[in-house]
Write a protein that binds this ligand. Structure first.
Ligand code: FAD
Length: 286
């Protein structure tokens, strides 16, 4: 299918990019790798009058390994995240999650910022940033701000960004030594969007009990989110059979999935239970 007609601009600074978006007054869209936007345009789901290509804005694809935080530029491609060994060692969850995103060809072009701005409820990285309590750096025509990841996602394919704003980078807090983690998703074929997915992280306390549990889900509602009641069912307990059972039962009542042609709500709810049980068991072996 042919793309509808559009104007194309290629700014060379962040200030110019946000100015061009603001001038578009809602009719201009940022272009990252084009892996979601161009298919949407081909299907006439999106019909922006102007594409503001972020590809020549310097510095947006940097991965910076700070002492307390790791900052990943919005234009870092899936491939960059996958290939960065230092990042893989510090935040192994990211490399694991990227391995479930689409196929190699798409991972060569698709970007972290594009995925977050696209806000597909079945995508892996909205759940990764929410589960990791990452901060999202945003620049707009009137200045910059940083928001908690959970505040970015408003609904399916909907974010709290205004039309002149660009995601600049994502800041992940570094993990403490010994953090336990697991990522599980179920998709019909490798590379497909997940029908449901679960991320679990926790830190053992001095007695080996669960502390600081984070449980994130995706593909089970209109946005990725954490499950606070499930986390409470884990915190303070030894991760034995009973705790895992109580957490999975809580998670299945805490999610509110919608059904579609790929799986109804009950199926997705039970997938969350199965995936969380497997994820929690996996954290014991790590
Ligand atoms: C066949 C196929 C399978 C896929 N499977 C998966 C999958 O399993 N899991 C998954 O997570 N994804 C999947 N994707 C999507 C892929 O991960 C894309 O990389 C991702 O959606 C973002 O695309 P992009 O970076 O090319 O952004 P674009 O397509 O260029 O942009 C996407 C949207 O984000 C906006 N945008 C882009 N960058 C910014 C920014 N920095 N600030 C503000 N707004 C911005 C654009 O205006 C647009 O609205 C798949 C894609 C295809 C084509």
């Amino acid at each position: 299918m042919k793309l509808p007609p559009f104007d194309y601009v290629s700014p060379t600074s962040l200030a110019e990019a946000t100015r061009l978006l603001a001038a578009g007054n809602g009719d201009a869209r940022a272009l990252a790798g084009g892996q979601s936007l161009l298919p949407a345009m081909a299907f006439r789901v999106a019909t922006p009058g102007t594409l503001v290509d972020l590809g020549r804005v310097p510095g947006l694809d940097k991965i910076e390994m700070g002492v307390e935080e790791i900052r990943i530029g919005a234009m870092a491609r899936w491939r960059d995240i996958e290939a960065c060994d230092e990042l893989g060692a510090a935040l192994p969850l990211l490399r694991e999650a990227v391995s479930h995103v689409a196929h190699a060809q798409i991972r060569n072009r698709g970007t972290l910022g594009g995925s977050l701005a696209h806000a597909d409820p079945a995508a892996e990285f909205p759940a990764v940033v929410v589960t990791c309590d990452a901060l999202i750096e945003i620049a707009g025509a009137s200045g910059t701000r940083a928001i908690p990841a959970a505040a970015l996602f408003v609904g399916a394919l909907e974010t709290s960004l205004s039309h002149d704003e660009i995601i600049v980078a994502v800041r992940f807090p570094r993990w403490p030594a010994g953090r336990r983690w697991a990522f599980r998703e179920f998709a019909r074929r490798g590379g497909d969007f997940a029908l449901a997915g679960v991320i679990a992280t926790w830190d053992p306390d001095a007695h080996g009990r669960v502390a600081n549990a984070h449980v994130g889900v995706f593909g089970t509602g209109d946005r990725a989110r954490r499950l606070p009641k499930t986390e409470a069912a884990l915190n303070g307990s030894l991760l034995d059979e009973l705790t895992i059972l109580s957490a999975t039962e809580t998670a299945m009542t805490e999610v509110d999935p919608t059904g579609d042609v790929h799986g109804d709500a009950d199926y997705r709810r039970s997938l969350v239970g199965v995936l969380l049980e497997r994820a929690l068991c996996e954290t014991l072996s790590g």
